[in-house]
Design a protein around this ligand. Structure first.
Ligand SMILES: Cc1cc2nc3c(=O)[nH]c(=O)nc-3n(C[C@H](O)[C@H](O)[C@H](O)COP(=O)(O)OP(=O)(O)OC[C@H]3O[C@@H](n4cnc5c(N)ncnc54)[C@H](O)[C@@H]3O)c2cc1C
Length: 458
């Protein structure tokens, strides 16, 4: 148990409380650092709550329990409903709040733009992005759900190739089959059963032919082949392990195709669309080949797929926060640094916010390894003294500015660590008061959404 006397001087702000943020917070708290975790949502479950489709019940519950046990620590203040870049300006946080280090663990929440010229005019009509689609799927049963309501259409095209795109195409097929089974056959099967047993087995069980449902299958279009899909990570980087992982990925995809009855269209990239009366009706694809590991379009080799719904699942990028620097779609890091953010002495990044990809284990591991490095190299006593001098100089020059150039003797106005600490506590307490936050556990209990599986049990 950490005692008050064991506190380290640094006060650290973490932006985002999910997989990587909670891992960092726990490590820091257990090492005697005081931490504030700012989270834009009510609850700190990130992609676990809003990204993984809700049939991952055990995985979700396990991860949520783990995040809760990490964040519910006396050295951690959890500040929900507070988006950095919106409720609090990032530069204000970095310069005025008194944190001697900031760790960005804000994940990747902005869908990568679909690279088809002018396709954006169909957004939230015929074009849907993965993040909002899965958010709808996971939350539409909640009594207070007020987001967009999507209706899944026949012939949906999903573009992508990662784990997430498989989840998306599964959602599409499960939604279509569930609806048509009820309409055409009066059979009501819940989505958890369809997902677990597979659509093929359920149709067999009820003696229904797929054709009777009058569903036109969804297509998953990928620019590479099934073997290239990152469905299985190699155990190490040896040629044999990589080859084994590629074969497993292909096998897994075939299993999915058999269970969920969608089409797979490999080696194709989107290049255009056809519209009719302002509605998207067809997508144009170009065939490609893989040359030396690179995707190479084949000249004059195009084909069309009729569709009323395109779901883009080509990856997420970090949402830009004003005050930080970005290079293309990634957060700009210091040269060769794997965690140190460009332009700042004391700002770091971990998890999807910097990797832009990966799974839960990888994000957790990245959070852990980087936090240990940050702690060893940057959260030292000397680093704190340097930061304190810098912080006091900033305050001095600000006071001088405010006094309109009048030269004043303000060396006595040095801010001491205890008053910095008190200011952080006052500011976070006032947010807590405003939103009615008492303890972490109470807050979680008050705000945990109702689960679909609980509704179905009733
Ligand atoms: C559809 C889908 C399916 C997936 N399936 C799997 C799977 O089956 N298995 C697996 O292992 N992995 C899966 N993953 C990947 C996994 O979910 C991520 O790798 C992991 O959750 C990343 O953790 P993170 O903490 O870096 O980011 P996130 O989980 O994205 O957490 C970031 C947190 O920061 C908060 N935040 C963001 N911006 C701000 C801000 N400005 N201010 C304050 N707070 C902010 C967010 O609300 C969130 O809580 C899947 C991902 C998706 C999208």
């Amino acid at each position: 148990m950490t005692t008050k006397t064991a506190y380290k001087k640094h006060y650290v702000a973490i932006i985002g409380g999910s997989i990587s943020g909670s891992e960092a917070a726990k490590i820091l708290a257990e090492n005697g650092f005081r931490v504030v975790v700012f989270e834009m949502n009510k609850l700190p479950y990130g992609k676990i709550e809003d990204g993984l489709p809700n049939w991952h019940i055990n995985l979700r519950n396990r991860q949520i329990k783990e995040i809760d046990s990490k964040l519910d620590h006396p050295n951690i203040k959890f500040v929900p409903n507070t988006k950095i870049g919106k409720e609090i300006d990032f530069l204000d946080l970095a310069t005025n709040w008194g944190f001697s280090a900031i760790i960005l663990a804000n994940g990747a929440w902005q869908d990568r733009n679909m690279p088809i010229l002018n396709i954006e005019k169909f957004i939230d009509k015929e074009l849907i992005y993965q993040n909002s689609f899965i958010y709808w799927f996971n939350h539409k049963h909640e009594p207070d759900y007020s987001g967009i309501n999507y209706v899944v259409k026949n012939n949906t095209v999903v573009i992508g190739g990662g784990l997430a795109s498989l989840d998306v195409v599964k959602v599409v097929m499960i939604e279509l089959v569930k609806k048509q089974l009820l309409i055409k056959k009066g059979i009501d099967v819940d989505l958890f059963t369809l997902e677990k047993d597979g659509i093929n087995k359920i149709l067999e069980l009820y003696n229904v032919n797929f054709e009777e449902l009058e569903i036109e299958k969804a297509s998953l279009v990928y620019r590479r082949t099934a073997m290239d899909m990152p469905l299985k990570s190699p155990k190490d980087e040896t040629k044999e392990r990589i080859e084994t992982a590629r074969l497993v990925s292909e096998k897994l995809l075939n299993k999915y195709l058999e269970k969920y009855l969608f089409e797979f269209v490999p080696l194709s990239v989107p290049s255009g669309f056809i519209e009719n009366n302002g509605k998207l009706t067809e997508l144009v694809f170009q065939n490609v080949l893989i040359e030396n590991g690179k995707v190479k379009p084949i000249e004059n080799s195009f084909f069309n797929i009729k569709t009323e719904m395109l779901i883009s699942s080509i990856g997420s990028i970090p949402e830009k926060i004003e005050g930080l620097h970005y290079e293309y779609s990634s957060l700009k890091m210091r040269e060769k640094a794997d965690y140190h953010v460009f332009g700042f002495e004391n700002v770091f990044a971990i998890g999807n916010a910097v990797t832009g990809r990966g799974n839960i284990q990888e994000s957790k591991q990245h959070g852990r390894q980087m936090t240990e490095k940050i702690m060893d190299k940057h959260l030292t006593e000397e680093a704190f003294e340097l930061w304190l001098i810098h912080h006091n100089n900033q305050i001095k020059s600000k006071v001088a500015e405010q006094l309109d150039g009048i030269i004043k003797e303000i060396s006595g106005a040095k801010i001491q660590p205890e008053s910095i600490l008190n200011e952080i506590i006052n500011k976070t307490d006032s947010i807590h008061k405003k939103i009615g936050f008492t303890t972490y556990q109470n807050w979680v209990n008050q705000n945990m959404p109702i689960r679909l599986e609980e509704i179905l049990k009733k």
